[in-house]
Design a protein around this ligand. Structure first.
Ligand SMILES: Nc1ncnc2c1ncn2[C@@H]1O[C@H](COP(=O)(O)OP(=O)(O)O)[C@@H](O)[C@H]1O
Ligand SMILES: [Mg+2]
Length: 620
């Protein structure tokens, strides 16, 4: 059908790269970290608020516990040692073990809650992205390589998860630690506290520029990664590798892969270097602190203004001050990186749904398969791209229970008509009506039970033959499945397969021939039992035996249904109640076979070119 677009057809790898650039444009906006991103991030965290609050309370506890040991040390030096009190010494030493142990225990709980929350957020986002992806129009998929979607769901989320785990509570822990440590220091001795604080502002200096650079570096890395994944999925999967092998382009594709991989390498290195310089600058600066403390503190001790224990306690607090300060400086870069990743994810979640479900769906709930329904096109105009109209006012009615055949040269718009009938797209103007109700007024799932599509390119899932047949009606009885399999002329094939209906078919399983796959699709449609069937007949030329099997299977499928078929078989046009001849996006002739043939127009010409039993090839 028309919806495989340029990628699926004569694309080739060059074309793929070109498409990919374009589709990256599809996703890229003017991306800058924004308050809006932060606001949405908070929205994502909200469902996990209770656990997050738990993690934060444990954090407060951990920070408070961390303040105690320096005070104990001070007491050891100034009181226990100073007053030669061994009893107090043992008591204090015990405290020096117990408080850190309690802190460690609390951080196990905090890490657990952290992991639960960050994984929970990732899980929510992953599911939301998958479900949003399902609702995006076919148009999006024709313009976006599968690998790129894959990359958003896997690579970006992975990266986000790492950021979340480290920054979610990190910001809070570090700010709180600094605040409480400083307070304690001021209470102990304000002069020493001032000295220790002197270099703190320096930690803030590199923050802003590094943050922006990290944001850009991560954006570049994730983009490079998604190009790499897209190339991988295109050229190192079953359908791609066959093309690569048959054209002998192994080296060319490997070269391209290396180039993509090289991009990833370069941007990853750049990304990690942003952090490295920061660490260097900050650690160089933090060496100044102890020098000042011991210099000035030592002077105060000599002058008898301060006891030695206080200076020792301060040197411990200094570590507790500078470590969080430098991670706080660093967490800005991680945070900016995190925002870059979240922006990419939100961007995907913001992609518009071109074929929305109606807010108040019309009631059309005929029991499927019982009454055939009519499908009417009324003055339908449609363009894939603005300014390039493909259908110029199509009007016809596929009457209930009748077979309507679409015939016409390649590129005429037949597949587009079918895609619109299946509501893969909405028409620009005009209306498509199912039993009198506009398609866009119907609920999506009721539309799908009433109408089903058999496409030209068949896709089987990697599972048993039975599951593939059952796909459209998982609750069908075994008897119904067997009946559908028989009706689709698959009985002999099933008997030959190693595990019968339980044989794994599809992508990597047992390979079925083109004709066999078509019959699996027909069995699926028979079992599905929808009232309206849209069919793009396959063009593959089959031997006369396979052709006869398919004809019989189709005959059973058409019985009692409204069918619109793009006809590539003589038998279909002969059986059609009406034939619509499509050319250049319009219906140019309509009628029954004998009448159209007698007119001697386009149909007569096409018939002799394509349907004459002597020649086997059909139109595209
Ligand atoms: N996904 C698409 N995006 C843009 N143009 C498309 C797409 N699919 C088909 N077309 C164009 O629409 C026209 C009709 O195509 P199609 O309906 O596939 O014709 P047919 O099935 O009769 O061969 C062609 O010019 C084709 O290039
Ligand atoms: Mg077509």
């Amino acid at each position: 059908m028309g919806f495989h677009g340029p990628m699926g057809l004569g694309g080739g790898p060059m074309r793929a790269v070109w498409e990919q650039r374009r589709s990256l444009g599809y996703m890229e906006g003017s991306r800058r970290p924004s308050k809006e991103t932060l606001r949405r991030l908070l929205g994502v965290l909200r469902p996990h608020a209770r656990r997050l609050l738990g993690a934060l309370s444990l954090t407060v506890l951990i920070v408070l516990l961390g303040l105690v040991p320096p005070l104990l040390m001070r007491a050891v030096i100034d009181q226990a040692i100073g007053r030669h009190d061994p009893g107090l010494l043992i008591y204090l030493a015990g405290g020096l073990v117990i408080f850190p142990a309690l802190g460690a225990l609390a951080s196990v709980g905090q890490n657990y809650l952290n992991a639960v929350v960050s994984q929970g957020v990732i899980h929510d986002l992953r599911a939301a992205m998958y479900e949003h992806g399902q609702r995006l129009g076919i148009d999006f998929f024709t313009h976006t390589p599968g690998g790129e979607i894959h990359s958003r769901l896997v690579n970006d989320l992975n990266a986000v998860q790492q950021v979340l785990r480290t920054t979610m509570t990190g910001l809070f822990v570090n700010s709180l630690t600094i605040l409480l440590t400083l307070t304690t220091m001021f209470v102990l001795n304000w002069q020493l506290a001032l000295i220790s604080m002197l270099i703190l502002p320096a930690f803030a200096l590199p923050v802003v520029s590094f943050g922006r650079r990290t944001y850009d570096a991560i954006t570049r890395t994730q983009e490079a990664l998604s190009r790499l994944t897209a190339h991988l999925e295109e050229t190192l999967t079953l359908s791609g590798i066959v093309v690569v092998k048959s054209f002998g382009t192994r080296r060319r594709e490997a070269g391209r892969f290396r180039a993509f991989s090289e991009d990833v390498r370069r941007s990853q290195v750049q990304q990690s270097m942003v952090g490295q310089w920061l660490t260097l600058v900050v650690s160089a600066m933090s060496a100044i602190g102890p020098a000042l403390l011991y210099g000035y503190g030592g002077y105060l001790v000599i002058a008898g203004k301060v006891q030695l224990g206080t200076v020792v306690a301060f040197s411990t607090y200094l570590v507790q001050l500078y470590n969080p300060a430098s991670s706080l400086a660093g967490s800005n870069t991680t945070l900016m990186g995190g925002l870059a990743l979240f922006d990419r994810i939100f961007q995907f979640l913001d992609l518009p749904i071109d074929v929305p479900e109606p807010a108040e769906p019309a009631a059309l709930e005929a029991s499927p398969g019982v009454t055939p329904l009519s499908l009417e096109f009324s003055h339908v105009r449609f363009s894939y791209r603005a300014g390039e109209e493909v259908l110029h006012g199509i009007s016809f009615t596929a009457r209930a229970g009748e077979l309507t055949a679409l015939v016409g040269p390649s590129g005429a718009g037949k597949s587009t008509i079918l895609s619109l009938g299946a509501r893969f797209y909405d028409p620009g103007t005009g209306e498509i009506l199912l039993d009198g109700a506009p398609l866009r007024s119907l609920r999506d799932d009721s539309l799908r039970t009433l109408l089903s599509v058999v496409t030209q390119e068949l896709f089987l899932f990697h599972t048993t033959l039975e599951e593939n047949v059952r796909y459209g009606r998982p609750d069908a009885s075994d008897g119904d499945v067997l009946q559908a399999v028989e009706a689709a002329q698959l009985g002999d094939l099933v008997a030959q397969l190693p595990d019968g209906l339980q044989t794994i078919v599809g992508e990597r399983g047992y390979r079925l021939s083109g004709g066999e796959k078509q019959r699996v699709a027909i069995a699926r449609a028979i079992l599905r039992n929808a009232s309206v069937l849209l069919l793009d007949e396959a063009t593959s030329s089959l031997d006369s035996h396979a052709e006869r099997l398919i004809q019989e299977a189709l005959g059973r499928l058409f019985r009692g249904r409204t069918v619109v078929a793009i006809a590539h078989r003589l038998s279909t046009v002969l059986a059609a109640d009406q034939i619509l001849v499509v050319d250049g996006g319009a219906i140019v002739e309509r009628g029954r076979h004998a009448d159209l043939l007698a007119q001697g127009g386009l149909y007569a010409r096409l018939f002799h070119e394509q349907f004459d039993p002597g020649t086997q090839s059909g139109p595209a």
